[in-house]
Design a protein around this ligand. Sequence first.
Ligand code: SF4
Ligand code: SF4
Length: 295
Amino acid sequence: MVRGTVIFLNGASSSGKTSIVKALQSVLEVPHLDAGLDRFLWMLPKRYLDRPLWDDVLGLNTEAGQTGHRLVSGMHRAILALSEAGCSVVADHVLVESAWVADAAMLFADLPAYLVGVRCPIEVLEQRERDRRDRTLGQARAQHVVVHAHILAIGGYDIEVDTSVDSPETCARAITTHIASTPPQAFGRMRASFTALPPVQFPIERSPFPCRIGCGACCIALSISSPIPGMPEGKPAGVRCVQLTPDNRCMLFGLPERPEVCVRLRPEPEMCGETAQDALASLEALERLTRPDPQ
Ligand code: SF4
Ligand code: SF4
């Protein structure tokens, strides 16, 4: 089975992704299914599109809740299944979570999948946000740097377009011209940049259960015997890793200095529970069970 082409358009809210999706669908000869984030968001019950439930989706603009993580995990796997069934896809995305970037790299690196950066200066984004009236004000400003940051840090896009300069049709033509002449590289580069370790050691490879961003329970409760930058002897159980930021993110994520044990660790529902407190309790119990017996 020939796999379908996947075109991801990543950019902040109001950057013009939807218009490019439509332009691509009309210009591409092979039908491309629109399986982007907007489509998946509209699968939610309507009450989830308003606060307070929206906060558990993407209401904090740059951080998703559990519902948002599950939705994006499902979207990625649905796109993978579509491509493997021979269907081509065009999808808008807002890759504000580093875990989503990592997940996408692992899933799409072996597909004919292109990653397109959709750019636009912040002043234009904010003017569009005000004009549209259906957007949360401030969303574009919150997202416009972080949505590209994770990708630029680990290899960059296949192609970037600027919707303040070019029309959706011109952007679509630039994308199709690139696809016709150049094989996809971005997802492969990203996967390679995470680590030189074999893919099986990547923590969230095809895992339906993503790590809960901002949890950090593993980085506190578990003992790590291998060196960590800033903790050459590793760390004892119950001690916060010095590489954990105040909002519980790993400063070494995606870098070769990240300890192998952290890269290998896979989130599991039994271990992670529903909250960081659940995870701390189960990991502390695990540490107690596996602690060497003092003789
Ligand atoms: S306990 Fe689970 S959700 Fe929390 S940091 Fe560890 S892997 Fe991630
Ligand atoms: S290196 Fe990163 S993942 Fe590993 S324990 Fe420290 S903060 Fe957590």
